[in-house]
Write a protein that binds this ligand. Structure first.
Ligand code: MRU
Length: 350
C-alpha cells in the first residue's frame, strides 16, 4: 500500500530514517552514518516509539560494528559490548531497545563464529530480521485488534503508536487502520500528547494520510468527551509491559485509563510480545524516563512558563493491569488474569 510509512531502512551501508521532529511540516528522510549519529537521533527523538527505537538500536549497533577495525573476535566482542551498553541507556523505558540489543549480543557471544567479518554480516542479518518481524507483528496485532472495534464507533488514541513508532504499519494505529480498511466506518479522536505533541504532530499526520475521519483534542478534554458519550473505546500502544500486565506508556495514559473505567469504556493496549518484559514482575519496577524540563517550558521555540521555575517531566506513566480490558498482541488477545495468560503465551512461543 502506497500510504505505508518506511520509518527506518538500510541503504548502501547507511541507515535512513524519517526525521520525526520535522513532521508535520516536512516529510524529511535523513541519513544516519555512525553509531553516535544513531544515539543522537534516538535521544533527540528524531526516531521514537518503542518498536521503532528497538530497530534503530539494532541498526545503530550494526553501524558501530562497521567502525570496529579489528580482526580479533575477542577485541570485537569487548568493543561491541561497550557500545551495546551505551545504546541501552539512550532511553530507559521502552524495553524493545534492550530486547533488540540483546538479540544482537547473543550472536556476538555465540562461540560458533570465529571471524569478525562473518560476525558483522550476522549482525546485519539479525537486524533485518528484527525489522521484518516488527512489520509482521504489527499486521497480526492489527488483525486481532480490529475484531474488537465495533462498527461506527469512535476510538480514542494517545501519543503516536502508528507507522512512525514502528518499522512500518503501527500497533494501536494499525488496529485503527485495519478496522477502517474493513469498512467499519470508525472515527478517531487523538490527544495532542503534551509535552512533545506526538498526537497532534504525528498521529494526526498519519490519520490524514490514511484518510481516516479524525478529530484532534487536547489531553485535558478526554473526560469531557467521555462524559458526553463521545468516545466508545480507547486503544494505545506500550513502551513496556510487566509480567503482571501493568503497562508503561506515554505520560497521560494512566489518566485516560482511569477515566475509561469510570465511564465503562473498554481500554485496549496494542503491543508486540517484544514489548513484554518477563523479567519485570510489576509496573512499579519499570524505570520511567525523566526528560529535560525545557520540553514543558517551551512549545516549539516559544517559552510558555517563566524561567527559573521547577519543572517535572516524566515521559511515561504506568497503567495498572486492572484498568486494562485486553492486551492486543501479535500472538493474540490476552485478557485477565494477565500474569497467568502472559506466562502461557510465552511458553507457547518458545
Ligand atoms: O516518547 P515516545 O514518543 O517514544 O513515546 C512513544 C509511546 O509512548 C508510544 O505509545 C509507545 O512507544 C508505543 S509505539 C507503538
Amino acid at each position: 500500500v502506497a500510504k505505508d510509512i518506511n520509518t527506518i531502512r538500510w541503504e548502501n551501508g547507511k541507515v535512513k530514517i524519517i526525521d520525526q521532529t520535522k513532521l508535520p511540516a516536512k516529510l524529511k528522510v535523513i541519513e544516519i552514518k555512525s553509531f553516535y549519529g544513531m544515539i543522537d537521533a534516538i535521544k533527540t527523538m528524531k526516531i521514537r516509539g518503542a518498536p521503532a527505537i528497538g530497530a534503530a538500536a539494532a541498526f545503530g549497533l550494526v553501524l558501530g560494528a562497521k567502525g570496529i577495525k579489528t580482526a580479533s573476535v575477542k577485541e570485537f566482542t569487548r568493543k561491541i559490548s561497550l557500545l551495546a551498553r551505551t545504546m541501552i541507556l539512550t532511553r530507559p523505558t521502552a524495553v524493545n531497545l534492550s530486547w533488540a540489543v540483546n538479540r544482537l549480543l547473543n550472536i556476538v557471544n555465540d562461540d560458533q563464529v570465529s571471524d569478525v567479518k562473518e560476525l558483522k554480516n550476522k549482525l546485519l542479518k539479525e537486524t533485518f530480521k528484527i525489522a521484518d518481524e516488527d512489520i509482521e507483528a504489527n499486521k497480526s496485532i492489527s488483525k486481532f485488534g480490529s475484531r474488537l472495534i465495533k462498527r461506527g464507533r469512535t476510538v480514542l488514541t494517545h501519543c503516536n503508536a502508528g507507522g512512525l513508532a514502528t518499522v512500518s504499519f503501527g500497533t494501536a494505529l494499525g488496529v485503527i487502520r485495519e478496522a477502517h480498511k474493513k469498512g467499519k466506518k470508525i472515527k478517531v479522536m487523538a490527544t495532542e500528547t503534551r509535552p512533545r505533541l506526538q498526537g497532534a504532530k504525528l498521529t494526526m499526520w498519519e490519520l490524514k494520510r490514511y484518510g481516516i475521519p479524525s478529530t484532534l483534542i487536547t489531553d485535558n478534554m478526554v473526560g469531557y468527551f467521555m462524559s458526553k458519550n463521545g468516545i466508545d473505546a480507547v486503544v494505545v500502544g506500550a513502551d513496556r509491559i510487566a509480567a503482571n500486565g501493568d503497562v508503561a506508556n506515554k505520560i497521560g495514559t494512566y489518566g485516560i485509563a482511569v477515566l475509561a473505567k469510570e465511564h465503562g469504556i473498554p481500554f485496549y493496549v496494542a503491543a508486540p510480545l517484544s514489548t513484554i518484559d518477563a523479567d519485570v514482575s510489576s509496573g512499579k519496577k519499570i524505570p520511567i524516563e525523566e526528560r529535560n524540563g525545557r520540553e514543558v517550558q517551551f512549545i516549539g521555540r516559544e517559552r510558555i512558563a517563566p524561567a527559573g521555575i521547577k519543572v517535572s517531566n516524566p515521559a511515561f506513566d504506568v497503567t495498572p493491569s486492572n484498568l486494562i480490558t485486553a492486551l492486543i498482541t501479535d500472538a493474540g488477545i490476552i485478557r485477565k488474569p494477565y500474569k497467568k495468560k502472559i506466562k502461557k503465551m510465552f511458553k507457547r512461543r518458545k
